[in-house]
Each structure stands twice: as structure tokens, then as C-alpha cells.
Design a protein around this ligand. Structure first.
Ligand code: MG
Length: 285
């Protein structure tokens, strides 16, 4: 009987050793013995040494929903008018149609762009392929969001807009692609007749005095809340033919594309932008 009790004690003691050792190590362990899962060392020094109190981030009042413009946003289209937009070809008031809180592409008028120019920003935009869309490949609901317009026509940096719901095309030209540079990470397209959203963070390229590139452009984007571009580095402006190249610019309008294909025109609503200044603009701290 005595023998059994002793054995039970030994087993109990052995079983308890690991947990005791983890909580209160009584003997120093070599780094090799500690391995990757070394117990945390007792903190040394003053935790206040690593606290930052200034500058205090500016208070921004968010919209009633995440799609609504926050208090520091510049509203580019609220459904009522195109006062913030002009035709690219003649700088006249934008000639697209506004009806029922929605603007619709007028292909005869061509591309439109903002009167304002921007550097770095966060942008929200909603777009809809019409339910009666026809066509295929690049000829089905083609438009585009130019994150910076750098000239007439399609000059600049295009985040593609297209009907990519069951519509095969080259992947670096489908909806959510950085045109001819980066396919979207996934296809998060809603079907024709439903509204799509893009949330975009645009970091513009910077240039040296001689026009050479100092830092490239980057795009992060969500399509219907799904990440489709993750800090994608651009090789230059998005071009239809040939290799992309950078061209020096200081700031640029945001441009929407009236593509020349024969399919039914698409619509936009609820467009707003938040300019990013200072350290936040470059993502460095
Ligand atoms: Mg396009």
C-alpha cells in the first residue's frame, strides 16, 4: 500500500513540473534550451519611454454608414449635379446625364474629370453595369477610374471598370485591374443591375527635378469590401499598347472614362475623396 501511494506522488509531481517550470523558472536556461518559445523576460525600463502623445490625430466624424462621406471628405458627386466635373475634351461643364441621383456615361461627350487636382487620397465610388448590358470581353460595360489624369484622352493611371460578371477577358484588363499592369487579386464583381463599390488609396509617384522617378505610385483597393489591390506598385501610366512609362506631374484630376465600345453606358453615384497630407500620405512614420 505504501508503495502505491509513493508512486502516485511521483507521477503527480512529474506531471506538475512542466507547468511550474513555465510559470516560475528556477534555473537559468541557455538560449538553445529556450528555443523559439522562450518565456518573456520581465520588462525592464520605463513603459512611458515608448508612449507617443503628440500630435493628436484629427477627429473625423464618420458617415452614417461606411459608404457615406466622412466629415473631412470632398464630395465629388452627391446625386444632384456635376458641378465638380468638366469634359476632358473642351473643359465645358460635364455633359453626362444626371437622373434619380445617378450619373450615366454619355459616350458622345467622352471622358469627364474633376475640376480639382489631387495628390494622395482615399476615394469612394459606386458604379453599376446596366441590367440590359450586351457585348463581351472589353466591349461590355467598359469604363475606368483614372486615379490621376495626366493629359487628354486616357492619359493617366486607370483602375479598370468593366462588367466582369461571367465575362472573360485578359485578366490585367478585367474589373479591378490596374490596366495592363496588375490583375485584381480576386474577382468580387456583382451582377449587372447591382451597385459595385471601390474604395481606393492612391499614393502618387514622386519625381526628381530632372523628371526621373523618385518613388513609384501605389494602389490599394477594395471591390465591394474585398481586397483586390494590395499596395500594388505601378510601372508607370496605364497604356493600351506598349510598356508603361512615368511622366512627371505635380497633381492631377480624377477622371472617368467614356469607353468607345458599343455596349450600354454604365452609371455612377456617391463619389467622395479624402486628401491625405503629410506623413500619412507616404505611409511612413
Ligand atoms: Mg476602361
Amino acid at each position: 500500500m505504501q508503495h502505491h501511494v509513493s508512486l502516485a506522488l511521483v507521477i503527480t509531481t512529474l506531471a506538475a513540473v512542466p507547468s511550474i517550470a513555465q510559470q516560475t523558472p528556477t534555473t537559468p536556461q541557455t538560449p538553445a534550451a529556450q528555443g523559439a518559445a522562450a518565456p518573456a523576460q520581465p520588462p525592464k525600463g520605463n513603459p512611458k519611454d515608448t508612449e507617443q502623445w503628440e500630435p493628436v490625430p484629427q477627429v473625423v466624424t464618420p458617415g452614417q454608414t461606411d459608404a457615406a462621406p466622412p466629415s473631412d471628405a470632398i464630395v465629388l458627386f452627391d446625386g444632384t449635379n456635376l458641378d465638380q466635373w468638366v469634359n476632358v475634351k473642351d473643359r465645358a461643364p460635364a455633359g453626362w446625364k444626371v437622373d434619380n441621383g445617378v450619373m450615366t456615361v454619355n459616350k458622345a461627350v467622352g471622358n469627364i474629370e474633376t475640376k480639382r487636382s489631387f495628390k494622395n487620397y482615399q476615394l469612394h465610388i459606386e458604379w453599376r453595369i446596366p441590367p440590359d448590358i450586351t457585348g463581351s470581353d472589353q466591349g461590355r460595360g467598359n469604363s475606368g477610374l483614372f486615379l490621376a489624369s495626366t493629359g487628354a484622352g486616357d492619359g493617366g493611371y486607370e483602375l479598370q471598370i468593366l462588367d466582369s460578371y461571367n465575362n472573360k477577358t485578359y485578366v490585367n484588363g478585367q474589373a479591378g485591374s490596374i490596366y495592363k499592369q496588375h490583375p485584381p487579386l480576386v474577382n468580387a464583381m456583382r451582377k449587372p443591375g447591382e451597385w459595385n463599390t471601390y474604395e481606393v488609396v492612391w499614393t502618387m509617384p514622386t519625381f526628381n527635378a530632372d523628371g526621373s522617378v523618385k518613388t513609384p505610385a501605389y494602389v490599394t483597393a477594395f471591390h465591394n469590401g474585398v481586397l483586390i489591390q494590395n499596395h500594388a506598385e505601378l510601372k508607370g501610366e496605364t497604356v493600351y499598347i506598349g510598356k508603361p512609362q512615368y511622366k512627371k506631374y505635380e497633381s492631377g484630376p480624377i477622371k472617368l472614362q467614356a469607353h468607345g465600345d458599343k455596349s450600354e453606358p454604365i452609371s455612377f453615384r456617391n463619389i467622395w475623396v479624402r486628401e491625405l497630407e503629410g506623413p500619412a500620405a507616404s505611409g511612413s512614420r
